[in-house]
Ligand binder design. Structure first.
Ligand SMILES: Cc1cc2nc3c(=O)[nH]c(=O)nc-3n(C[C@H](O)[C@H](O)[C@H](O)COP(=O)(O)O)c2cc1C
Length: 351
């Protein structure tokens, strides 16, 4: 049974201060490309109204050459606190993009220095900046000059096991003017494999004065508490644990505020959420939204007999009505008596 120690309770009961901006939650919803659009963030925020959310990463060069903002940068005026995440390697384009992000309503601007995907790193963005700390520094300085909201950085511990340079890198980001750093405790070479090395996050926390957010392998309240205790971090950021589970940030936030564990949603409640997610994506993005909803629906359909078959069918739906039919049928079956599924397969088929 997880408990909230008095010392941790005291540590997390004050607002998270990102420069002058205060957030009344120590649990953050990470940026997830292809996932954290306005529809998803709205679901997460229902359970975690005070938590900071991030858009999907936005390409600053792309933004330089287009007149209209891309949909992934869209922010609802009512959704706050919100950060817009940018990626690129050009300080001037990033500074220009940051101005647009603030005009759109961003409370903070985050620079992605952790993405491991080749398409991004070969152009000098994402985690490749770990190998070019002077460029990373120039980016932060330039973006800080261009906007009056806090600028933050999200990164990894290094490029590979021979180049774990996060201590020096994080200090450079702080000196350049970053107001918070999120550290994913893996190297670029690790991708999403192996464990997140929280011990490195603890070391970063020791050498910085700005808030340090721990990221990597926060899949439960227990993991969040363990991570906060082991790292001394100022907050935790949830990522893959929220796929098909927009309840996680709220569950952790509630525990840190009250010491109570919320009852997890039942399979029926998860399927109802899947249905709502599908409908909202369809209303927001049309047929493209339905195609995007396929993966979400398969992530929700878990934990009952027949879930594997349902996932197979959901991954192929072409229309919103096919999706509704499958989900409604599964809910009706569950209402008539549900048996828990034996989980055999790995939960996340990602990149
Ligand atoms: C599908 C997917 C999309 C992601 N997109 C982004 C992104 O746009 N920006 C970013 O900084 N990190 C992105 N990440 C990385 C996560 O934010 C996070 O750092 C990583 O998944 C580690 O946390 P976890 O172990 O809790 O999943 C993505 C990860 C996944 C799985």
């Amino acid at each position: 049974m997880v408990t909230l120690s008095p010392s941790l309770k005291a540590r997390v009961s004050t607002p998270l201060k990102i420069g002058d901006f205060e957030v009344k939650s120590r649990v953050l919803q990470s940026p997830l490309s292809g996932v954290t659009d306005m529809v998803f963030r709205r679901l997460v925020r229902r359970y975690a109204p005070e938590s900071m959310m991030y858009t999907e990463m936005v390409n600053a060069t792309g933004l330089h050459y287009v007149k209209n903002l891309p949909k992934i940068m869209e922010v609802d005026p009512n959704e706050r606190p919100i950060s817009i995440q940018l990626f690129d390697c050009r300080p001037d384009f990033l500074a220009e993009a940051a101005v647009k992000a603030v005009a759109e309503g961003a409370d903070t601007v985050d620079i992605n220095m952790g993405c491991p995907v080749n398409k991004i790193t070969k152009n000098g963005g994402g985690s490749s900046l770990l190998r070019q700390p002077e460029v990373a520094e120039a980016i932060v300085r330039e973006v800080v000059k261009s906007v009056d909201v806090p600028v933050t950085v999200k990164t990894r511990i290094g490029w590979n096991d021979r180049e774990i340079i996060i201590l020096d890198f994080a200090k450079r980001m702080q000196d350049a003017g970053a107001k918070m750093i999120t550290v994913h405790g893996r190297t670029r070479a690790q991708g999403y494999n192996g464990n997140a090395r929280w011990e490195w996050i603890a070391r970063v926390k020791e050498v910085l004065s700005i808030p340090v957010i721990a990221n990597g392998d926060i899949f439960s309240v227990e993991a969040a508490v363990k991570c906060l205790e082991q790292t001394g971090a100022d907050g935790v950021m949830c990522s893959r644990g929220t796929l098909g589970y927009p309840f996680l940030v709220g569950e952790i936030d509630h525990f840190l505020k009250t010491g109570e564990i919320l009852l997890p949603p039942t399979p029926i409640q998860r399927l109802e959420c899947a249905r709502e997610h599908l409908q909202a994506l369809w209303e927001y993005k049309g047929d493209r939204g339905v195609r995007q909803a396929r993966k979400h629906m398969t992530w929700y359909a878990k934990g009952f007999v027949g879930a594997a078959d349902l996932r197979g069918q959901l991954s192929m739906v072409n229309t919103v009505h096919q999706g509704f039919e499958l989900i409604d049928y599964a809910i009706a079956q569950l209402v008539n008596g549900y048996e828990p599924e034996e989980e055999t397969e790995s939960s996340f088929a990602l990149v």
